[in-house]
Unconditional design. Structure first.
Length: 235
């Protein structure tokens, strides 16, 4: 049975890394003593080792030992043997490229479908949808495919931002970009605001956190989804 936390972000303003989610993660990873961290999304500024250490320090109070996927000679085997998996944020184009290049996209998909608990934040959440095409990231590298894990039957837009009332900015809003996506693509897109996450158990998908999410469907008006709503019907 699938068991996922799909979070818009890892860090809220004024808080520490994953701090707002720690009580949820203590329950989500209950019974796990180790976690496999996927650091592939970081294009620079922090090494895979340092990124993994940040995650290890965060999970230490939960008595969960963290190893980075980059530390293993056989990444696909490491995924298959993982007790739990966390994919962190960064650039989604880079993350997806590395997942394909290291032959672990299907391995992660199979592991999670077979019950390995999964946590994603930002880019690590983007890849839980059908494709990565609704990411906010710049295409700094060209992945072999835009297809991703398809662990939920729609696309995601983490870090969703509403237009600022009174702003004189004339550029496209997130809503505009998603509407452009729907000129060509049919799958729904869920805009996750900061501090929101999806809780997936089996085929049940529930919006958690204190904020609403914004749902976009082709040829329909966007709608606000209340926290606590069951989204299992969405496809």
């Amino acid at each position: 049975m699938k068991k996922l936390i799909i979070a818009s972000t890892s860090t809220l303003h004024g808080g520490a890394y994953l701090e707002y989610l720690l009580p949820v993660l203590a329950s989500h990873f209950k019974g796990c003593s180790s976690l496999l961290f996927v650091p592939y999304a970081r294009p620079g500024g922090i090494s895979h080792d340092d990124y993994t250490k940040r995650v290890a320090d965060t999970f230490a109070p939960l008595n969960i030992d963290v190893k980075g996927l980059h530390e293993f000679d056989n990444p696909a085997e490491a995924v298959a043997n993982a007790e739990a998996i966390f994919t962190g944020g960064g650039n989604t184009f880079l993350l997806v490229t590395q997942l394909y290049n290291n032959n672990v996209l299907t391995a992660i998909q199979n592991a999670v479908e077979n019950g390995t608990p999964y946590l994603g934040s930002s880019a690590g959440s983007n890849i839980c949808g059908l494709t990565m095409q609704t990411t906010n990231d710049m295409p700094i590298i060209y992945p072999p495919s835009f297809n991703t894990l398809a662990l939920v039957p729609f696309n995601l837009n983490p870090h969703y931002l509403d237009p600022v009332e009174g702003s004189t900015h004339m550029g496209e809003t997130r809503e505009t970009r998603i509407n452009e996506f729907h000129k060509i693509n049919r799958q729904p897109v869920l805009g996750l605001r900061e501090g929101s996450w999806l809780e997936v158990y089996g085929e049940t998908i529930v919006l958690r956190g204190e904020l609403k999410a914004r749902l976009f469907r082709q040829e329909q008006q966007p709608e606000e989804i209340e926290a606590g709503s069951d989204l299992s019907w969405l496809k």
